[in-house]
Design a binder for this molecule. Structure first.
Ligand SMILES: Cc1cc2nc3c(=O)[nH]c(=O)nc-3n(C[C@H](O)[C@H](O)[C@H](O)COP(=O)(O)O)c2cc1C
Length: 194
């Protein structure tokens, strides 16, 4: 795929590790629209995610109209950021059993966006049926998550975002040691090198 015009090439020297560890879920966006080639590239990254038996059980609904973004935001308790996003991607799967595949796909989308300087945040649609009806998603499909996307606002994390973070993520990340075992669950000390 050709690089989108007007943006610096991010390959082949992209620092994937840096992209992964600096990616934060940001909820404050500028008014700048996402250039179509960049948006397509982000979607392409979602498309390329691996999936069980290569089923690729996903479908993307892209929402860009401001009035529709505002309405979509009302279907989640913490989805206010969708209202001000440049675009949102509703990630739909064929069935509810594709959660791992959907997670890989969503993270691909968000990391690819971040590699182009575009911030993102997932939004749970607590009123799932209403959100599905609003997006004309067939009843037998699963609306997994809505991902808001936009260029990050220079003021950084805004007041609403800071409040959300206090509730949702005040602890940042658990230390690696607290989630790591070697050889057997619960074995926390590093094994001797062979
Ligand atoms: C399945 C899932 C659902 C989420 N739903 C919401 C949401 O509805 N609203 C929101 O603001 N953030 C949502 N988030 C974002 C989390 O709050 C965020 O990943 C977490 O606080 C870590 O943020 P950080 O990477 O910026 O530290 C969701 C994340 C996941 C993985």
């Amino acid at each position: 795929m050709r690089e989108p015009p007007g943006v610096p090439s991010n390959s082949p020297d992209v620092d994937a590790y840096r992209c992964v560890v600096t990616k934060r879920d940001l909820r404050s966006f500028t008014d700048r629209p996402i250039e179509e080639p960049v948006l397509l590239k982000i979607l392409h990254a979602g498309r390329m995610a691996g999936s069980s038996r290569n089923r690729q059980p996903w479908h993307f609904v892209v929402i860009r109209e401001r009035s529709r973004l505002r309405e979509l935001a009302t279907f989640g308790r913490f989805a206010h950021h969708v209202a001000t996003a440049a675009a949102a991607i509703a990630l739909v799967t064929e069935d509810a059993g594709a959660a791992f595949d959907a997670g890989r796909c969503a993270q691909n989308i968000m990391l690819a966006a971040w590699s182009w300087g575009i911030a993102s945040c997932p939004a749970t649609m607590h009123q799932g049926s209403e959100a599905k009806a609003f997006l004309s998603i067939p009843p037998d499909r699963t609306l997994v998550i809505v991902i808001s996307l936009g260029y990050p606002h220079p003021r950084g994390r805004g007041a609403i975002e800071r409040a959300a973070l206090r509730i949702l993520a005040s602890r940042g990340r658990r230390p690696l040691a607290s989630m790591l075992s070697w050889e057997r669950y619960g074995m926390s000390s590093l094994p001797m090198a062979p």
